[in-house]
Ligand binder design. Structure first.
Ligand code: SF4
Length: 84
């Protein structure tokens, strides 16, 4: 990706992020966020867990409760509550 395309992609991502914060705006799914920023490791992991848990509302709680310790993403999964 050349310099001009990088700047255009960043502007597009900023506009999408700004639009998603306006009242009544549709919240982007992790997969949509990843499409805006395809090199983000954090978005890639979040999109994988989102998809793994059915890509439906309530996915964050399911990821928090994930018990698949054999999964390569287990230690990196998002939405974890701090252990007490
Ligand atoms: S950590 Fe859990 S939710 Fe995330 S991809 Fe692995 S099995 Fe799925």
């Amino acid at each position: 990706m050349d310099y001009v395309n990088k700047i255009a992609a960043m502007q597009h991502a900023r506009e999408a992020a700004k639009a998603s914060k306006e009242p009544g705006a549709k919240r982007l799914t992790p997969i949509e966020k990843l499409a805006l920023k395809p090199k983000s490791k954090a978005y890639a992991i979040k999109a994988m867990c989102f998809q793994c848990m059915g890509a439906e509302p309530g996915w964050r709680k399911l990821v928090d409760e994930c018990s698949s310790t054999a999964c390569a993403l287990y230690a990196l999964r998002p939405c974890r509550q701090p252990e007490t």
